[in-house]
Structures are given as structure tokens and as C-alpha cells.
Design a protein around this ligand. Structure first.
Ligand code: SF4
Ligand code: SF4
Length: 377
């Protein structure tokens, strides 16, 4: 990508940016506080952003905490990812009504009324969007629902300036530095010069938007300040995966005793797949009303952690927790590479935080690499 000049925005101008996106007809989505978490929801103004809040995360633990400043993006990632919008959890594929001896298919438009504008996408999340683009848009069969929702989306990325304990994007090569896949990218700067954002465009429409905001010029000092903050986020990461030969490692350790060890802890609750920004599996469900005159077909997120997911002609292929955890991790980190040419994991750490028993994918890989009885060297 060609280097574009960087500018400085104040919080007022960030507010104007949100208003301009609404005015241009986008449905603006970004981080908001709700139910004790930072989730993605509709934004109407800069006031909706989680000013002064951060998240504390550990395996199986998530808490919001007040910051000492009023940072708007001073958290890592919450339980939701952008797939909530691009690949929603429930979509009605069609509905039909009985009419006499026949039936009529009703209008089943699932396209959003307005294109989305995503505010606050992190580097790992852009990498996850790229992974889902590859799977749902660029493979042999294009998913029309994903296409309608992804098409035209305006992406405002935000550089991470702090990492949560479960983050390991640096080792996966997906962050914390945003490098591609955005229209605008912001780095939040808080300090003696006030509350400001270094902003750069990543597309022509991003550059055009900047011209409407009366953004001031950035100095070399601003640039260095921003770069130092992103480097600090990389240094803060305490978790990592050594990806060297990971495909072969997992393929060659199908019978490793660590799979029994993790299976004894795994509840097969499927949380890890629900929060994962790259997991895309769905199943189809038909429902009728009590009169039998109205029928609907729904597509819903499914998970390889359920027994029914691998049910074929009279039985489940993966009946044990061991088989299901092994399938999930081997797909994420090994067979995904054969299928789609990249890892299925972007190192966001959500599966670690939101696992009720704190199972940690980085620890499981390490245990398999290091070997030993029951994975305990
Ligand atoms: S496997 Fe875990 S760390 Fe990797 S992308 Fe999915 S949720 Fe994030
Ligand atoms: S690894 Fe954790 S989150 Fe995933 S299914 Fe098992 S218990 Fe649930």
C-alpha cells in the first residue's frame, strides 16, 4: 500500500467523523458498554464510546475497570467480533406460507438496509475479516449473505496501544500493528498535547473522508509517539504460539496424551467457537408455526464442539470431548492452512478469556510441542 500522509484529529473531529458516516448513509457500529462488557453496537455519536474504561482479562476471566484517563479505545477486545454483523448468528434463509393446496415463498431479503461502518477494528480483527473473506467470498462458493453484509463496509481501524493477558497476535504475525484492510486507521494519543488521534487513510474513500474533517498535520513527534505505543502493546504480550512447523506438529501428534488431558477439562460448551472471529460453521434449522401454515428455514452458528455437529446417518463421528477439542485445534492451526492457505487463528485471545475453565490454546500447543506423559513434561 502506498504511504499516505498522516494527520491529527481531536475528539470533536472524531465525533464529526461518526456524524459524517451516519449522514452518508452508513450504519455505524462500534464499541459500547453493555452488560458488564465492551460489545459492538450501533453508534450515534462519540459519546457512545466507552470513555475511560478498560478490560482486565485472564483465562476464564473478564472484568471492566476504570482507567485513569478518558481513552475511548483503551481496552483490548471484547467477547464479540465483527462477524456478529458480517456472518450473523441467526439468519432467516427463507419463509413460506401455505395457500390452499400449494405454498408461496415470501420476501426473504436479509440484506442490511445500509452499508456498515465499523469503528474500532483492531489488527487481529482485520486479519480475522481477511480470513473470513477468503472462506466466504473467495472460495469456490460465495456466501451471498456474507457478501451483502461485507460489501461496501467502511472500516475505521484503531491501533492497539495496550495488550490484554490472553493476546498473542504478535506471534501469529497479525498485530498489533494495523497494516492493511482499512479505510482509516487511528492511533489514540493521550498526553501533554491533549486527547488526539493520529489518522491515516488506507483507501481513496478514506482519504476523501479525511478532507471533510479539517484534520491538522501530524508532526514527526506524533508519528514517533504513536509507533512507540504500538510497540509497547507488542512487548506487553505474555503469550505466544511458536508456529514453526505447526501443521506437521499437529498432524503427527494425533495420538498425543495431551488430548486426554485437555479433554478432562473441556466442557464442550462451544464458547470458544462462538467468540472466535474466524469460526464460520453453521447448521440449518426448519421451523413451522403451530398451525403448520407458516414455515421458516434459519441458518444458525454451529460448533464442532457439539455432538450433533458431526452426526451422519445414525451417529456422531466425534463422540468424545477429546475428538472434538483435537478437531477444533487441529483445524484452526493445521488443516486450515491446507484448506485456505493461512492459519485459522489470528491470536485475539478470546477463546482463552471466554473459556469457562480457562483452557489456553497457546498452552495446549506448547504442551504438545514439548511432549511428555499427559502433556506434562
Ligand atoms: S482460536 Fe482463539 S485466539 Fe485464535 S482467533 Fe479464534 S478466538 Fe482468537
Ligand atoms: S475449550 Fe473451553 S470454551 Fe471451548 S468447548 Fe472446551 S470448555 Fe468450552
Amino acid at each position: 500500500m502506498a504511504q499516505r500522509p498522516e494527520h491529527i484529529l481531536g475528539t470533536d473531529q472524531l465525533g464529526k467523523l461518526i456524524e459524517a458516516l451516519v449522514h452518508k448513509g452508513y450504519e455505524v457500529i462500534g464499541p459500547r458498554l453493555r452488560d458488564g462488557a465492551i460489545v459492538y453496537d450501533n453508534l450515534e455519536s462519540v459519546e457512545d464510546l466507552p470513555a475511560g474504561w478498560t478490560d482486565e482479562q485472564e483465562p476464564g476471566r473478564y472484568r471492566l475497570k476504570r482507567r485513569e484517563d478518558l481513552a475511548l479505545f483503551g481496552y483490548a477486545v471484547g467477547p464479540q467480533s465483527w462477524k456478529k454483523y458480517t456472518h450473523p448468528a441467526d439468519v432467516r434463509l427463507w419463509s413460506a406460507e401455505r395457500q390452499g393446496g400449494t405454498f408461496r415463498i415470501l420476501n426473504n431479503e436479509s440484506k442490511p438496509k445500509h452499508p456498515y461502518a465499523f469503528v474500532g477494528a483492531r489488527a487481529c480483527e482485520l486479519a480475522a475479516i481477511a480470513v473470513q473473506d477468503r472462506v466466504l467470498l473467495e472460495d469456490k462458493y460465495r456466501d451471498p449473505i456474507y457478501h451483502q453484509r461485507r460489501e461496501g463496509a467502511f472500516v475505521i481501524a484503531v491501533q492497539c496501544t495496550q495488550a490484554a493477558a490472553p493476546c498473542f497476535c504478535a506471534s501469529m504475525g497479525t498485530g498489533p500493528q494495523v497494516s492493511d484492510g482499512f479505510d482509516l486507521v487511528l492511533t489514540e494519543l493521550l498526553g501533554p498535547k491533549g486527547h488526539r488521534f493520529l489518522v491515516a487513510a488506507g483507501s481513496d474513500r478514506g482519504a476523501e473522508m479525511l478532507t471533510e474533517l479539517d484534520a491538522g498535520p501530524a508532526t514527526e513527534e506524533d508519528h514517533q509517539d504513536a509507533a512507540a505505543r504500538v510497540e509497547a502493546a507488542a512487548r506487553q504480550q505474555v503469550r505466544s504460539i511458536d508456529t514453526t512447523g505447526i501443521k506437521e506438529l499437529l498432524y503427527e501428534n494425533f495420538d498425543h496424551p495431551r488430548w486426554d488431558n485437555v479433554a478432562s477439562r473441556c466442557l464442550t460448551c462451544a464458547n470458544c467457537t462462538m467468540v472466535c472471529p474466524t469460526c464460520f460453521c453453521t447448521s440449518v434449522e426448519d421451523v413451522t408455526d403451530i398451525t403448520g401454515n407458516h414455515a421458516e428455514r434459519w441458518r444458525r452458528w454451529d460448533s464442532c464442539f457439539t455432538q450433533s455437529f458431526s452426526y451422519i446417518h445414525g451417529g456422531s463421528v466425534r463422540t468424545s470431548a477429546k475428538a472434538r477439542y483435537r478437531q477444533w485445534m487441529t483445524h484452526k492451526l493445521a488443516s486450515w492452512i491446507d484448506q485456505f492457505g493461512s492459519s485459522g487463528c489470528v491470536g485475539c485471545g478470546r477463546c482463552i478469556t471466554w473459556c469457562p475453565v480457562g483452557i489456553d490454546i497457546t498452552e495446549e500447543v506448547r504442551a504438545i510441542r514439548e511432549g511428555g506423559k499427559n502433556g506434562n513434561p
